[in-house]
Unconditional design. Structure first.
Length: 220
């Protein structure tokens, strides 16, 4: 059923040219259809939270390349926290992955999780740039660092989520870590397939169209 899918959706709008009206429409849709959260640029967190205080507001940190310093990511998190942000999708430092500095990745995730406290931290590992062995090691890093979710993709990489990767991730994360799939998930069938594979969140900008909801509500 559509509602089972909608409850897993992070309704997403991260284009560089997105307007305030676009964001308010995104939030209105998420409330109307009881989606899990909206995922939007940091500059719009305050607006979204003031207009829709009941809605889970997610923003992106170190986005989309991930190689900013830990201090820079912490500064972004603190700004978003002061604006009322509830959830944080942070991009892993891929340069550390390729240099096998997994100790630093764990340290960074731990520091970011400490900063967000009881709010939700999702770590984007950008699977399109990883080997299977690197995915396995990053599953351990995300688990050891205490993040709440591992997320497949930013949506800005060379490819998005792949079902085969979900199976691999599910085998190697700790029981406390959930999975978010994102990137290129733009049909009802794909959304359901990722949920069936074990994902508890789906990041997409296509839910309204994919689930044929365009004509079910009217917007100002």
């Amino acid at each position: 059923m559509n509602q089972d899918i909608l409850m897993c959706i992070d309704h997403t709008l991260l284009a560089p040219y997105v307007t305030a009206n676009d964001i308010l429409r995104l939030c209105k849709e998420a409330v109307m259809y009881k989606m899990a959260a909206v995922c939007l640029p940091p500059t719009y967190v305050s607006l979204a939270k003031k207009q829709y205080p009941q809605l889970n507001i997610c923003t992106v940190i170190g986005f989309p390349l991930g190689y900013s310093s830990t201090n820079a990511k912490l500064a972004e998190i603190n700004d978003a926290l002061s604006d009322g942000c509830d959830e944080f999708d942070v991009v892993v430092n891929m340069t550390w992955v390729k240099n096998k500095r997994f100790d630093r990745i764990i340290e960074e995730i731990s520091a970011l999780k400490k900063a967000v406290g009881n709010r939700i931290l999702k770590v984007i590992i950008e699977t399109c740039y990883l080997t299977p062995d690197e995915i396995i090691v990053l599953c351990q890093c995300v688990s050891d660092g205490g993040a709440d979710y591992i997320k497949t993709s930013s949506g800005f990489g060379s490819a998005g989520a792949a079902l085969d990767d979900i199976g691999l991730i599910k085998q190697h994360i700790s029981k406390s870590v959930k999975i978010k799939a994102a990137g290129g998930i733009n049909s009802k069938e794909a959304m359901q397939a990722f949920i069936d594979a074990g994902c508890e969140r789906i990041g997409t900008s296509s839910a309204i169209k994919a689930l044929n909801l365009e004509n079910e509500g009217e917007y100002d």
